[in-house]
Design a protein around this ligand. Structure first.
Ligand code: TYM
Length: 334
């Protein structure tokens, strides 16, 4: 089986973008692959973070993986910081990665602007740590949203460089991974501006629907979301980004086809559509929220999932790390 690796940062809540762009796709395809799903808590400190909530947020994300349907028969769930090899491989990669590759990253540039004077070295190095996450497990495929594509291209550049410098054609050191980006849901947009992606860092809670939002919160957010004054609803009109985004959300959350949704909604007014979208969203999130409550009631179970996950993942990570160190000429530890 091909191997899959992906991860989410434990920065508070997960929103519909994280779910529809990533986790839902992990779950749908998981039986075809051997999967590793990581909670990337080392990435979470690349911007200022709250130490009082980091550990609980990490558990919340792991519980949400289970609640969304990650199946332990096909998949391993673990916490990035529990496996020191991620940091060690990052260091080795740092020393072959030109700074200008990192300075070019769109996400770095966007986040750096927001941080002003306080841009950490970690924020610049973020994609190298991500490369280590992927390459430690010899992943073939990395299912993510569109915004991560550039980081996976950088990961591929690191592979090519390491193989070129320390491997041979016959014996490459690292495996070249591919991004797996599903067109539908790859870029879920903000509820308050259809030209911006839905994001955890948007200061307005009204811009996103979180997986754990109550039905009342969901209704309120959809009621107030940005629309336009044009009559009738349609996909793919570049002048109506909000309309396209909301119809897409409805398509994905209701499980209907795009054609069915286009036909159903073409004559609807916004008021009627918002009620339909709210109901579909509440229905789609209900089982996830119920599963989440059940998982959170048994902390011992969640801990055992993460302990077993660490054991399985770490064995693979350590073997890759030794392979890379040997290729780079390191002596074996005595
Ligand atoms: P994070 O936590 O920012 O995002 C997690 C996943 O959600 C996707 N995503 C979206 N998809 C569609 N529309 C949106 N509005 C939206 N917002 C977020 C992201 O593309 C991502 O798939 N750097 C990664 C975390 C990471 C990782 C890795 C991923 C660290 N190491 C190794 C894969 C493999 C990230 O941005 O997480």
């Amino acid at each position: 089986k091909k191997r899959v690796l992906s991860g989410v940062q434990p920065t508070g809540n997960l929103h519909l973008g994280n779910y529809l762009g990533a986790i839902r796709n992990w779950v749908e395809a998981q039986s075809q692959y051997e999967n590793f799903f990581c909670v990337v808590d080392l990435h979470a400190i690349t911007v200022p973070h709250n130490p009082a909530t980091l550990a609980t947020d990490t558990y919340t994300i792991a519980a949400l993986y289970l609640a969304c349907g990650v199946d332990l028969n096909d998949s391993t769930i673990f916490v990035q910081s529990h496996i020191p090899a991620h940091c060690e491989l990052t260091w080795l990669f740092n020393c072959v990665t030109p700074i200008n590759w990192l300075e070019r990253m769109i996400q770095f540039k966007e986040k750096a602007v927001k941080q002003g004077e306080n841009v950490s070295t970690g924020l610049l190095d973020y994609p190298v740590l991500m490369a280590a996450d992927i390459l430690l497990y010899d992943a073939d495929l990395v299912p993510v949203g569109e915004d991560q594509k550039q980081h996976i291209e950088l990961t591929r550049d690191i592979v090519i460089r390491i193989n070129d410098q320390y491997g041979s054609k016959k014996k490459p050191v690292l495996k070249l991974p591919e991004p797996l980006i599903r067109k539908e849901g790859a870029r879920v947009m903000s509820l308050t501006d259809g030209t911006k992606k839905m994001s955890k860092s948007d200061p307005s809670e009204m811009s996103r629907i979180n997986l754990l939002d109550s039905p009342e919160e969901i209704q309120k957010k959809i009621k107030r979301c940005k629309t336009d004054p044009i009559k009738g609803l349609e996909f793919d009109n570049p002048e109506r980004p909000e309309c396209h985004n909301l119809l897409t959300l409805y398509t994905l959350l209701s499980g209907k086809t795009q054609e069915a949704v286009a036909a159903e909604c073409q004559d609807m007014g916004w008021g009627q559509f918002k009620t339909v979208l709210s109901e579909a969203t509440i229905e789609a999130l209900k089982p996830i929220q119920q599963n989440y409550q059940a998982v959170m009631e048994d902390k011992g179970y969640l801990e055992s999932v993460l302990r077993q996950g660490r054991e399985k993942a770490e064995a693979i990570a350590l073997s890759t790390l030794s392979r890379v160190k040997a290729a780079m000429g390191y002596s074996t530890p005595l």
